[in-house]
Design a protein around this ligand. Structure first.
Ligand code: C2O
Ligand code: CU
Ligand code: CU
Length: 556
């Protein structure tokens, strides 16, 4: 806990000097929920224009335009209870089978979500109607995908195809930005075996968090010709996080957002607050955590167990049935089977309490973490099994077993897997926080989230892999909070997790591109890269990524 105390003092000093230099007045109310109120002398502090200015993204807004976080919209300000909206779909402009061709425009779009207030989002497509998330890109294994990306944002951007095995120069790396007003074509062919649930989002360095929280993120489904669950009705739930000011503007990040990752007062499902879902038959759900930083420990309640049939990279070998919760870290996806049951009933889809050890700004006592957020309802779910009214129990599909064969990723006999080590660490630099200009920079100075001892440097290759080599990576979290590790360009398998000296072999085989790493934990994965070029790996709390918790893997 020494680090946390150190941080607390450093931040308090920075806050105090910002306040002093400003002659700020007012209340620091927005941080009441962040334990600021137990800091001596914190009540009655300024409205902290500097703190907000510090958090603004490049070229985004003048200090005057930054709303005080105390002026956030109420958590009930968005209407709830509408039927779950289906996703918008990106239209295929190609007539040839085997080719998916489309145009994806990133642009500012003004929409009214809060009654009487306009919110200016950044969205893919004009999104005049329909969910305020990117359109679903639905493609098939072996398709050639050609997407022209048009950047109508005031900032450079890229489109990253999170989880897909696309060539490095087509993957929207931060080194390949598309300037405002420019466009480019992303082109790739999806290999066999790539069926799964993916997503796309911008990846420009230092600007990913801001672009995603303004609305730029969308779902991808890659379908297989031989999908064993093809007959099941599908439902798509794309979770995003939204933080709105009382005037309807998307609020900028504050210091706590940068430190812990941004969590707004709203969690949306397909762009709407707490929608209503009616389940009449057994369904296959695809769920995406498209939030900047929010962890979703999904549950339908203990009386409503569900099955998990897929992870990021597609189906499991065998269904994991009888689950009452599933943790979805930022960036992760899953496929679930939700059964309609025998009789009408209702429940809530909730994000149960999960303690990801968010850091507090305290006076340096032993209380170093925020209390975890309370459970929150994501959607109302009503089970209305078809036929129940007539007294006839509906037929329930049996899940095929296996769903598909998955083999352990292992080097050929006699070959030892190359070992690689990734270490997450953090450092709070007091000197930087005390610099007079610290609060004027675009991101908070002095807050460092690192990989292998360094923050991101575009000119540095952190690790090098040989194409085709099956490698074992250990990802060790030496910080005090959870971080979701994500590796581009491939799907990996978890071998084991180790914490407090205890090794826990992963109980099932699954393909993933994102895995949560708890404080003090080491996760070991088996992975292989198939194409030469540069790949990113990073924490998928997007604020941490932007602060530099990202590195480059060069594949030769
Ligand atoms: Cu979804 Cu490099 O990210
Ligand atoms: Cu990615
Ligand atoms: Cu992180």
């Amino acid at each position: 806990m020494i680090r946390r105390q150190f941080l607390a003092h450093a931040l308090r000093a920075a806050v105090a000097s910002a306040a002093a230099s400003m002659g700020a007045r007012g209340a620091f109310a927005q941080h009441a929920g962040h334990d600021m109120d137990d800091m001596p002398g914190m009540e009655g502090m300024g409205d902290m224009h500097d703190m907000h200015n510090m958090a603004g993204m490049p070229g985004m807004s003048s200090p005057a335009a930054q709303p005080a976080a105390s002026a956030l919209a109420s958590p009930n300000a968005l209407p709830a209870g509408a039927p779950l909206a289906p996703l918008r779909k990106l239209a295929n402009e190609s007539g040839d089978p085997g080719t998916f061709r489309a145009t994806l425009v990133a642009q500012p779009v003004s929409r009214q979500l809060m009654p009487g207030k306009q919110t200016s989002f950044w969205l893919y497509g004009d999104a005049a109607k329909g969910p305020i998330i990117g359109p679903l890109i639905e493609v098939h294994e072996e398709d050639t995908v050609e997407i022209r990306f048009v950047n109508r944002l005031p900032q450079p951007s890229t489109v990253h195809w999170h989880g897909l095995p696309v060539p490095p120069d087509q993957d929207g790396n931060p080194s390949d930005p598309v300037a405002p007003g420019e466009s480019r074509v992303y082109r790739f062919t999806l290999p066999r075996g790539s069926a799964g649930t993916y997503w796309y989002h911008p990846h420009p360095h230092t600007m990913s968090a801001g672009q995603v929280y303004r609305g730029l993120a969308g779902p991808i489904i890659v379908r297989a010709a031989d999908d064993p669950l093809a007959a099941w009705p599908e439902r798509h739930l794309f979770f995003t996080d939204l933080k709105l000011a009382a005037d309807g503007a998307v609020a900028p990040n504050d210091l706590m957002d940068w430190m812990n990752g941004r969590e707004g007062q709203f969690v949306l499902v397909n762009g709407a607050r707490q929608p209503r879902i009616v389940v009449a038959r057994d369904e296959r759900w695809r769920v995406w955590n498209g939030c900047n930083a929010r962890y979703l420990r999904l549950s339908l309640g203990v009386s409503y167990p569900f099955a998990q049939v897929g992870t990021d990279g597609g189906l499991l070998g065998d269904a994991r049935d009888g689950l009452t919760e599933l943790l979805l870290a930022p960036g992760e996806r899953a496929e679930l089977i939700v059964r309609a049951g025998q009789w009408p009933s209702q429940t809530a889809l909730t994000a149960a309490v999960y303690d990801r050890r968010k850091m507090a700004m305290t006076t340096g006592n032993m209380h170093g973490s925020l209390t975890p957020d309370p459970a929150r309802v994501l959607a109302d779910v009503r089970f209305a099994p078809a036929g129940a009214a007539a007294g006839a129990a509906p037929t329930s599909h049996a899940l095929p077993s296996p769903l598909r064969p998955i083999e352990a990723l292992q080097p050929p006999a006699g070959v030892v897997a190359t070992q690689k080590s990734v270490v997450f660490s953090e450092e709070m630099d007091m000197a930087a926080m005390h610099r007079p200009d610290a609060t004027m920079s675009e991101m908070p100075a002095g807050m460092k989230f690192m990989i292998n001892g360094a923050t991101f440097d575009a000119s540095r290759i952190a690790l090098t892999s040989r194409r085709g080599d099956i490698e074992h990576w250990s990802i060790e979290n030496r910080t005090d909070m959870d971080h979701p590790f994500h590796l581009h360009g491939t799907q990996f398998q978890i071998i084991e997790r180790e914490r407090e000296g205890k090794k826990m072999p992963e109980p099932f085989l699954a393909w993933r591109d994102t895995v949560n790493v708890r404080p003090g934990e080491t996760v070991r994965i088996a992975t292989v890269q198939k194409m030469p070029g540069e790949r990113m790996f990073h924490c998928h709390i997007l604020e941490h990524e932007d602060l530099g918790m990202m590195a480059t893997l060069k594949v030769v």
